[in-house]
Design a binder for this molecule. Structure first.
Ligand SMILES: [Zn+2]
Length: 136
């Protein structure tokens, strides 16, 4: 039973009691019931509005998630900033070589000095700023 239904039931109950309408106590009781009815309607309206707002918020949340997906995919972003070069010391020839973020994110590239295949471990999920240390 909703609040409005409960108040309507209460009003019906009081009306059924056949109280003397001119009696002071009956007037007070009816006034209280009127206030209750107003409150119940207000609460009911707020409920409806809240439901609507929640629906809209969910829709906005979903849209934002979609946008974030597109944005982060295009930016290929992790904690590493765009256009930064990363310094890597080749374990094969010991040469210090530089790669841009895109290559690092690919996970592997050939050493420009000796041709050895280098593998990178740049986990975008829990980078924790480790890449910061490797910035040029
Ligand atoms: Zn090398």
């Amino acid at each position: 039973m909703t609040v409005t239904e409960k108040v309507a039931y209460l009003k019906g109950l009081v009306e059924g009691m056949d109280f003397d309408k001119d009696d002071k106590e009956t007037k007070v009781l009816n006034a209280v019931l009127d206030v209750l009815e107003d409150l119940a309607l207000t609460v009911s309206d707020l409920d409806d509005e809240m439901e609507l707002v929640t629906e809209q918020l969910d829709a906005v949340d979903e849209d934002l998630a979609d946008l974030e997906e597109v944005f982060y995919d295009e930016a290929e972003d992790c904690c590493c900033d765009d256009d930064d070069m990363y310094e890597v010391v080749c374990p094969n020839c010991g040469e210090t070589v530089y790669f841009d973020e895109e290559i690092i994110l690919d996970g592997e590239a050939e050493c420009p000095s000796c041709g050895e295949l280098l593998e990178f471990d740049c986990d975008c999920e829990d980078c924790d700023g480790e890449c910061e240390d490797e910035k040029e």
